[in-house]
Design a protein around this ligand. Structure first.
Ligand code: MG
Length: 468
């Protein structure tokens, strides 16, 4: 065979091999499977970052991340409180489907019996089928009993506290005042490595710093293979703590110090990706589990222009400041279309070339064309649950409230015979009720709720049993 013919055949073969290796299930081409990092805060408000309008909290790393990546201004969590919100992000399904929301107890407690059922597939479990290394660092809150821990839910490694940092409070003390005093000795949550308790009480002043070190360590040790890190900060949930370096740093006070340390942490993680040559192959998502805990006044955050906060189905409870970064891959800019933490599992699976399990209903959409090409988000609807009840639903710009109740410590539940209707594009603060003008939109939103309800199969309430 002539040399030029041999070169031509070899070139065609090499091209075919390259194409076969670089096709994902969505047909996009990538050099190799991307890494994923979710940085998930606890009780951070929509208005608590510089880039989302806070006038005094300094967040240079997150501001830079937003200017280089995609900043989402209508990004929702699956619930306005910790446990169900975490079930939503990790399974891509409304928590009603896994039994991880309840009308009896809003979250899991240290004496709770339940946890995320083994039948649920977490992002970590899905990505493991694609060969990923996985780590959960931070607050878990999906069951502290051994069978429910991260290491039994697809994570190779776990370092963190199994429930909220205000739980296991020393008995006989007034709750709100003790939280505000923020003394390590008043709280007794365990710090765990994998399934072992390594410190009790967890020394919370250095916890953000230590989570950051753990995340960087995991990045360095896994730079040769694809990885997923779920970094769920236990702050700024009260009681508030920060390390020495951040004491008195922010003019916003203690809460500002805590956010500025989290911002520092983001900067450290992004630097580590750069130093390890992984920044162009890692998608980083920053968001929070629910809105600010307003009853804690200056120890709680701010929902900015949004109404109400943690615990409520008004926007302040469930719309979160969200930023995506993937150097030289994302279509950078501000996205005002809807997105949700429910969308991360299908999006990651698509980008990793992992097939989505077909044996269950997913409530998430694949956001990859919005992220990579700036196309319109596939999400156009959101259901707002409080416990197991649907309080509100959004379709396009319009949101109808069927039931309202203020956040913790607020007014009683109010059922609206004629739902309240707001146009969130025009009125994100939910001030001007348009129900009389648009009964046809209320009807449309009712219909989407009816369709959703029919898709829900009743399962055991995992939050119900305590003290067994
Ligand atoms: Mg929370």
């Amino acid at each position: 065979m002539k040399l030029d013919k041999l070169i031509l055949i070899t070139s065609i073969l090499l091209l075919l091999i390259f194409q076969a290796n670089s096709k994902t299930t969505e047909g996009q081409t990538t050099k190799k499977q991307p890494n994923f990092i979710i940085i998930f805060c606890d009780d951070l408000g929509y208005g608590d970052l510089g880039t989302f309008g806070h006038p005094t909290i300094q967040t240079p790393s997150l501001d830079k991340m937003a200017s280089e990546g995609q900043k989402w201004t209508s990004f929702y969590v699956a619930s306005s409180v910790c446990t169900p919100s975490r079930a939503g992000i990790l399974t891509g399904r409304y928590p009603i489907r896994s039994g991880m929301c309840s009308d009896k107890h809003r979250v899991l407690f240290p004496d709770s019996d339940g946890g995320l059922p083994a039948s649920e597939i977490t992002i970590a479990e899905a990505l493991k089928t694609g060969g990923y290394s996985t780590a959960c660092i931070g607050k878990w809150h999906l069951g502290h009993k051994k069978q429910y821990l991260p290491t039994n839910n697809g994570f190779d490694y776990y370092f963190g506290i199994p429930y909220s940092n205000d739980m296991d409070m020393v008995k006989g003390k007034p709750y709100q005042e003790t939280c505000k005093l923020a003394r390590v000795e008043d709280f007794n949550p365990p710090l765990m490595r994998n399934s072992e308790i390594i410190e009790r009480p967890a020394q919370q002043a250095t916890i953000t710093k230590r989570y950051t070190e753990e995340a960087i360590h995991f990045i360095e040790n896994n730079s040769e293979k694809p990885f997923f890190i779920y970094l769920a900060h236990s702050l700024p949930h009260v009681p508030l703590f920060r390390s020495k370096k951040f004491e008195g740093k922010s003019i916003r006070g203690l809460y500002g110090d805590v956010i500025e340390e989290i911002d520092w942490s983001v900067g450290q993680i992004l630097n580590s990706l750069k130093e390890n040559g992984l920044d162009e192959n890692t998608l980083v998502v920053f968001t929070s589990d629910n809105g600010p805990w307003l009853m804690f006044e200056d120890h709680g955050g701010s929902a900015g222009l949004l109404r109400d906060g943690k615990g409520s189905t008004f926007e302040g409870g469930m719309r979160e400041p969200t930023i995506f970064l993937w150097k030289n891959q994302l279509h950078s800019g501000v996205v005002s279309d809807m997105g949700s933490t429910l969308d991360l599992l299908p999006t990651f699976c698509s980008l990793a070339g992992v097939e989505l399990p077909k044996d269950r209903i997913y409530d998430g959409n694949n956001l990859s064309t919005t992220l990579l090409k700036g196309k319109i988000s596939p999400r156009n609807e959101m259901i707002y649950y409080r416990g197991q009840k649907i309080y509100a639903a959004r379709k396009g710009a319009f949101k109808a409230h069927f039931i309202t109740k203020s956040a913790y410590g607020g007014e009683d539940e109010k059922v609206h015979e004629t739902p309240l209707l707001y146009n969130l594009d025009v009125d994100p603060s939910e001030k001007y009720n348009l129900a009389k003008e648009h009964p046809e939109i209320i009807k449309e939103i009712w219909q989407l709720v009816e369709v959703h309800k029919k898709s829900v199969i009743p399962v055991k309430d995992q939050l119900e049993e305590r003290g067994l």
